[in-house]
Design a protein around this ligand. Structure first.
Ligand SMILES: *Cc1c(COP(=O)(O)O)cnc(C)c1O
Length: 354
């Protein structure tokens, strides 16, 4: 337990906002009675009593879904919080740990835009430490930017929009030397050759991992995001989570998609194969000056004139993302990998345009 001893001074209590520490959570009507042996007649929550499959409030603890996740990810249900998308999880983290107009967080642009948006909404200073030219974190600068008000460092790995995985040593160094929370956003981890930090959950008390069913699991429409962390961290997050944040239909559908592991695996394999195919097709294209290696289901490319190429692609019916306004991303386009048929058409178009 070398890491734990290195975490001397770690104290979750000191990180939680006083407001949250002192409040009583909303007691939802349906918390306590799930385990009763006798059939119960529920007259407690002002629901319509006629059964139609959705007339009751959903389980606020989402236990069935958590049991499926716990088994697959080899954690306990107490290490899991379900959010209405991982965006909700990120917002909950800010609201539990960051005092408005006082605390700060660190993010590493170019990265996922929601960290900045959520920090702004919650009146939290966002200290931006640019990634290096290879899109890896600058660990020394990051640690130098920490002060006593820094509560969270957001690491997105694989990173959006650059597509790369952060080096294990860099992430580990941040985990070992920061006494706030290190949130690793693993929205794209299923497309990566690298390992999830989930395997290290028990080694770092300050580690928080977010994942989602929106990308690899083909379920962006049901809004299911997952937070994995220590029991302690999860229980404070549960304290402020809206009780019915995840609806019944989403929970059911999430269980279904998770149980169909083979289907997801084969789709992910196809998408990874398409990543290679598209890379090879892009290599000879003259206006593409750089193809960044991707550990995700999208590719970032540098072109001669991103606005021009974006428009040309749009005229041919393809919507991609121009990421040129992001630091270090001048003249870049981010292209999500489509089906093999869609990618084939895209390649034809890329070869045609002049
Ligand atoms: C897409 C994306 C998410 C969004 O996840 P939801 O679960 O759909 O809210 C989170 N983080 C990153 C880096 C993403 O690209």
């Amino acid at each position: 337990m070398k890491q734990i001893s290195k975490m001397m001074g770690w104290c979750l209590e000191n990180l939680v906002r006083d407001t949250i520490k002192n409040m009583q959570p909303y007691a939802s009507a349906r918390d306590e009675f799930k385990e009763f042996a006798n059939p119960l007649i529920y007259l407690d929550a002002n629901e319509n009593p006629f059964q139609n499959g959705i007339n009751r409030y959903p389980d606020p603890k989402q236990m069935e879904l958590k049991r499926v996740l716990a088994l697959q990810k080899k954690v306990t249900t107490k290490n899991i919080l379900i959010g209405n998308g991982s965006d909700e999880v990120l917002d909950l983290l800010l609201r539990v740990f960051c005092e408005p107009n006082t605390d700060n967080v660190i993010t590493l642009p170019p990265t996922y835009g929601m960290y900045e948006v959520l920090a702004n909404i919650n009146s939290i200073e966002n200290r931006q430490v640019l990634l290096q030219f290879d899109f890896q974190p600058n660990v020394t600068s990051i640690l130098n930017s920490v002060n006593e008000k820094t509560k969270i460092i957001f690491l997105c790995s694989p990173n959006n929009p650059t597509g790369n995985l952060f080096k294990k040593e860099s992430v580990q160094k941040i985990l070992e030397n920061f006494l706030g929370l290190v949130v690793i956003d693993e929205a794209y981890i299923d497309f990566s050759e690298g390992e999830s930090w989930l395997n290290d959950l028990n080694d770092f008390p300050n580690l928080v991992i977010t994942q989602t069913l929106s990308k690899a699991y083909a379920s962006a429409g049901i809004r299911v995001g997952i937070c994995y962390a220590s029991e302690e961290i999860i229980s404070v997050l549960h304290k402020i989570k809206p009780p019915y944040n995840s609806n019944l239909l989403s929970q059911k559908r999430a269980i279904k998609v998770l149980k169909d592991e083979e289907a997801i695996k084969s789709q992910v394999a196809i998408i990874k194969h398409e990543r290679t195919t598209l890379t090879e097709a892009l290599l000879p294209i003259k206006f593409v000056s750089k193809i960044y290696k991707s550990d995700a289901n999208f590719m970032l490319i540098k072109v001669d004139d991103a606005t021009k190429r974006y428009k040309q692609l749009l005229e041919k019916g393809f919507v991609v993302r121009n990421r040129s306004t992001q630091p270090l991303c001048k003249n870049t386009l981010r292209i999500t990998l489509g089906t093999p048929e869609e990618n084939k058409k895209l390649i034809e178009v890329l070869q045609q345009i002049k």
